[in-house]
Design a binder for this molecule. Structure first.
Ligand code: NAD
Length: 420
């Protein structure tokens, strides 16, 4: 992977960019905040349905635990790499800090294309990884969650493996579980909900009406499809284009976000949706003339070439790391407002935190309460970001978000004092 595409270098550059505005922060503390505390790399040997053995490389990065247990998802994808996992774990540190929940950051992944394996094979692979993770995880140590290509099913398997091996019940060892296995109401929709809330606050900050604003969404999975549904249903925005790995669909009069989601559920892709007027490539979606662009797929979706052609006024980063640092500079010069991932998609980890609180208390909240608490957390964080941006005269919302988050982590580290 070239340096320009390496998300770990992107993370480090983002930290440096913000640290430049934090003159009281020591360089040695900044150096600590730029690399993980530890990374597990393991090779899982798993029996396939036909009796053969296959080896899968997997990682877990524990980036920083100054503010609480490591927290972050587990991704199943053929492009998972050590550096990607390190970057994603670092973004979790600053995400938890900007929304001020008491966690550090972690992330894991298995190098696998899950579409090529049966359910029973995936269960053995997941349980094998959970067995490797057992000494590292726990509700006070490190708490995994879903990410790309993992969901409630995988989290239920991890919880069951851990609890069986430990001879206990500890539902808070993992979040994003099914409701009957100790999950929280509102968790599945949480990332899409925080994307909707952040966009709503940003349009209000800009003095613009989000009702009838046009929206394009790249990546129609958990985060993207739910953001689209909520932007349409709760704010009255018009979803004109959506995409997934099969391509993009566009309708100038607006797509029905829920009907497209059902179509994708039935057929496996958004392409071929009957209500769509035109089909486009994914790159074309990113440069459409819309008010709001929501990248909700993977890292590096918007590079400098695409950034030069982006026509949206606001980009809400539902995905982690969808804009490269060079592209960020181009967008800032072009006055495109980028709502940083560490705030925009923080709904997932925030409701994971609510799930963990409920697990520990064995007392469960209504969905209404979850959504109310989430709205409070996201709007408070947005206000804190805007205050930093304006009062410190910072150049972008991303730098403001990192400045606030880095200071919180650094304070916790310094307050802990030194240890031989
Ligand atoms: P998902 O697997 O449910 O959906 C991903 C979608 O992206 C799929 O529809 C896939 O077809 C599409 N996609 C993949 N490559 C694409 C491409 N090149 N162009 C267009 N679409 C493409 O995953 P998710 O959970 O929705 O995660 C999406 C992003 O959001 C990731 O960056 C993830 O880290 C981030 N995120 C997710 C959560 C969560 O709670 N699910 C929380 C925080 C951040």
């Amino acid at each position: 992977m070239s340096d320009s595409a390496n998300p770990f270098f992107h993370l480090q550059e983002q930290i440096d960019d913000a640290a430049a505005y934090l003159p009281t922060l020591d360089n040695d503390v900044i150096a600590r905040l730029k690399r993980p505390e530890r990374v597990l790399e393991t090779n899982l040997t798993v029996e396939m349905d036909d009796g053969s053995l296959e080896v899968f490389t997997a990682f877990r990065s524990q980036f920083n635990g100054d503010r609480g247990p490591y927290k972050g998802g587990i991704r199943f994808h053929p492009d998972v790499s050590r550096d990607e996992v390190k970057a994603l774990s670092g973004w979790m540190v600053y995400k938890c800090a900007i929304v001020d929940i008491p966690y550090g950051g972690g992330k894991g992944g298995i190098v696998i294309d899950p579409r090529e394996y049966s359910t029973s094979e995936l269960e053995r692979i997941t349980r094998s990884f959970a067995t490797e993770l057992r000494p590292l995880i726990g509700e006070d140590q490190d708490i995994p969650a879903p990410d790309v290509n993992t969901g409630q099913r995988e989290m239920n398997w991890i919880k069951d493996t851990y609890e069986s091996l430990e001879g206990t019940t500890e539902p808070g060892v993992v979040t994003g579980k099914a409701i009957d296995s100790g999950g929280s109401a509102g968790r599945v929709a949480a990332t899409g909900r925080s994307t909707m809330l952040t966009a709503r606050e940003a349009f209000s900050y800009l003095g613009r009406d989000i009702e009838n604003a046009t929206v394009a969404v790249q990546g129609y999975g958990n985060a993207g499809s739910i953001a689209a549904q909520l932007l349409e249903d709760e704010l009255g925005a018009t979803i004109v284009a959506v995409s997934d790995s099969s391509g993009a669909i566009y309708s100038p009069d607006g797509l029905d976000a829920t009907a497209v989601k059902e179509f994708k559920h039935e057929t496996g892709s958004v392409s071929g949706y009957g209500g769509a007027v035109e089909e486009y490539s994914n790159e074309e979606l990113l440069t459409m003339d819309v008010d709001l662009l929501v990248p909700a797929a993977l890292e590096n979706a918007i590079d400098t070439t695409i950034a030069t052609d982006v026509q949206a006024d606001v980009i809400a980063e539902a995905a982690n790391g969808p804009v490269t640092p060079d592209a960020d500079d181009v967008l800032a010069e072009r006055d495109v407002l980028v709502l940083p991932d560490i705030l925009t998609n923080a709904g997932g980890v925030t409701v994971s935190y609510f799930e963990w609180v409920q697990n520990r208390q064995r007392f469960y909240w209504t969905e209404e309460r979850v959504n109310e608490e989430l709205e409070r957390v996201i709007t408070d964080a947005f206000d804190g970001l805007v205050t930093a941006y304006e009062e410190r005269n910072l150049p972008t919302f991303r730098i403001a978000a990192y400045a606030v988050a880095i200071e919180r982590v650094a304070r916790a580290f310094e307050q802990a004092g030194s240890w031989p």
